[in-house]
Write a protein that binds this ligand. Structure first.
Ligand code: ADE
Ligand code: ZN
Length: 339
C-alpha cells in the first residue's frame, strides 16, 4: 500500500489509547502560557529553547525535565486546560477511548491539593465524553522512586474520589525500584476494587515483568519490552491474555531501542500477544498516537491488517465494558471493509 494510503488508514482507524501520562501531554506552548498565568519563571527563555532541551539518553534524563515542567500546573483550571488540549488532539487522530495516567504525588509534594488535580482532569474528561464523544478512564500512578508509605497515603487521598478512578499504576524511575517494593499497596488497591497496571520491562529486566504479574497481579503491563528476552514469559503473557501497552516513539527517544527497525512490537504481535500502540508522553517524544502507528508501520513494514489488529487490541485490552468493546470492534471491522 502506498505511504499516503497507510497514513490515511491510520488516521481514520477507530482506536483506543491505553498509555498516556497527562503530564506528558504538556506542550511547550501551554507550559509557557501556564508559567505566565501563574507567575512562574522558567529556566528556558523561549519555547524553542525548551524544545531543544528534549534530548534524552535514558529514562531519568526525561523524568528530570518532565517533573520540572509539571511545576507550572497549579490550579484546577490548569489541569482542565492540559487535559482538554490532549483530548482535542486525540479526537483529531481517531481516538474513540483513552485511559489516562496521572501522577498525584508530583503535585501533592508541591503543596497542590489532590482534589485540585483530580477535579480539573475529571471535568475535562467529562466534557471530552459529552462534547467530543471520546470516552475515558483515569488511572492513578504511584511514583516508584518514592517509598511505599507515600503510595499508601496517596491511595488514602484518592478514596473520596474513588468513583473517578478505574485503577492504579506504577511509574517513574524503574531500575532499582522493582514492583516487589509496592506489593502491599497494590494488594490494598485490589481489595478496594481498583484495576492494577504497572510499568515494567521498559529499562528494567524481564524479572520486573515477572514480579508485576506474580506479586502485583497486574491486569496490564505498561511497556513490557524486556518480555522478548524470555520465551516462557511471552507464552505466559499470551496464555493469560495480559495486554502490553507499548510506546514506540518513547522507546526510541529514551534509547530503550537503538532504532525503530529493532523494535520488538511486530514480534510480539506475531506471537499473538495483546500488544497495543500508545504515545506515553507525546509532548516530549515527538508524536501522538498516530505518529506512533506511522513510525512502526514505516520501520517494521506493517500492513493494513496488522495495523487494524493493533487497534483491535487497544479496544480488547481496555477497561471498557464488554458491550462497548463489541461496539468498537464492529466499528473497526466496518472501517476495514469500507476503506
Ligand atoms: N512517567 C512518565 N513517562 C514515563 C515513562 N516512560 N516511564 C516511567 N515513568 C514515566
Ligand atoms: Zn509511561
Amino acid at each position: 500500500m502506498a505511504e499516503t494510503n497507510i497514513a490515511e488508514f491510520i488516521q481514520g482507524l477507530p482506536k483506543a489509547e491505553l498509555h498516556v501520562h497527562i503530564e506528558g501531554t504538556l506542550e511547550p506552548e501551554l507550559l509557557f502560557e501556564l508559567a505566565e498565568r501563574n507567575r512562574i519563571s522558567l529556566k528556558y527563555p523561549t519555547v524553542e529553547a525548551l524544545r531543544k532541551a528534549y534530548s534524552f539518553s535514558k529514562l531519568q534524563d526525561f523524568l528530570d525535565i518532565y517533573y520540572e515542567g509539571a511545576n507550572v500546573l497549579q490550579t484546577e483550571q490548569d489541569f482542565y486546560d492540559l487535559t482538554w488540549a490532549y483530548l482535542n488532539r486525540a479526537k483529531a487522530q481517531g481516538v474513540v477511548h483513552t485511559e489516562v495516567f496521572f501522577d498525584p504525588q508530583t503535585h501533592t509534594a508541591r503543596g497542590i491539593e489532590f482534589a485540585t488535580v483530580i477535579t480539573g482532569i475529571s471535568r475535562a474528561l467529562q466534557d471530552g465524553q459529552e462534547k467530543l464523544g471520546v470516552t475515558s478512564r483515569l488511572i492513578m500512578c504511584f511514583l516508584r522512586h518514592l517509598v511505599e508509605l507515600s503510595a499508601f497515603k496517596t491511595l488514602e487521598d484518592a478514596l473520596p474520589f474513588k468513583h473517578l478512578i478505574v485503577g492504579v499504576g506504577l511509574d517513574s524511575s524503574e531500575r532499582g525500584n522493582p514492583p516487589s517494593k509496592f506489593e502491599s499497596v497494590f494488594a490494598q488497591a485490589r481489595r478496594l476494587g481498583f484495576k492494577v497496571v504497572a510499568h515494567a520491562g521498559e529499562e528494567g529486566t524481564e524479572d520486573y515483568i515477572r514480579e508485576a504479574i506474580d506479586l502485583l497481579k497486574v491486569d496490564r503491563i505498561d511497556h513490557g519490552n524486556a518480555s522478548v528476552q524470555c520465551d516462557y514469559l511471552l507464552e505466559e503473557l499470551k496464555d493469560r491474555r495480559i495486554p502490553l501497552t507499548v510506546c514506540p516513539l518513547s522507546n526510541k527517544a529514551l534509547k530503550v531501542v537503538g532504532n525503530m527497525e529493532e523494535h520488538p512490537l511486530k514480534r510480539m504481535l506475531h506471537k499473538g500477544l495483546i500488544v497495543t500502540v500508545n504515545s506515553d508522553d507525546p509532548a516530549y517524544f515527538g508524536g501522538y498516537v498516530n505518529e506512533n502507528y506511522q513510525a512502526v508501520a514505516d520501520a517494521l513494514l506493517l500492513n493494513k491488517k496488522e495495523l487494524a489488529q493493533l487497534a483491535m487490541n487497544s479496544i480488547v485490552g481496555s477497561f471498557l465494558s464488554d458491550t462497548d468493546k463489541q461496539k468498537y470492534v464492529l466499528a473497526i471491522d466496518e472501517y476495514c471493509k469500507t476503506f
